[in-house]
Design a protein around this ligand. Structure first.
Ligand SMILES: [Zn+2]
Length: 131
């Protein structure tokens, strides 16, 4: 049953990277799979795929086999990293926030201490690893 659901919703990352990447079902089932083998790892979005919308990268489960960043998950907006984390629910929360507020006046990046603020909606998001 699970296998059917996964293959219906997320065949692409398996084709491009192989099952060893073990993308969590909560990501595979909810998001648009835009994985491409020329990237370091599978990637997902909640908007129509282009290379600038909020994107969630899912790194290899084995830290020794990771490329590009050390954690399991990375969220980027317009190509800038806004979050790296090992917590899947945090990664999903962040890509949802940045998708919901895409095009708004949003500040925040990893360099800003893992805090994102939408000044249009007056909403703030803080990561667990925020200082
Ligand atoms: Zn907003």
């Amino acid at each position: 049953m699970i296998e059917n659901k996964l293959s219906r919703n997320s065949g692409l990352w398996k084709q491009e990277f192989g099952e060893e990447f073990a993308v969590p079902e909560t990501i595979a089932a909810e998001m648009i799979d835009q994985s491409w083998h020329n990237d370091a790892c599978p990637s997902f979005t909640m908007m129509y795929p282009t290379d600038v919308v909020p994107t969630l990268y899912v790194n290899h489960p084995d830290p020794a086999k990771r490329e590009g960043f050390d954690e399991r998950y990375c969220v980027t907006v317009n190509g800038d990293d806004v979050l790296v984390t090992d917590d899947v629910s945090e990664a999903v929360t962040w890509i949802k926030f940045h998708t919901q507020h895409y095009g708004h006046d949003v500040t925040g990046s990893m360099r800003a201490g893992y805090v994102s603020v939408c000044w249009d909606c007056d909403e703030e998001l803080k990561a667990h690893n925020g200082r």
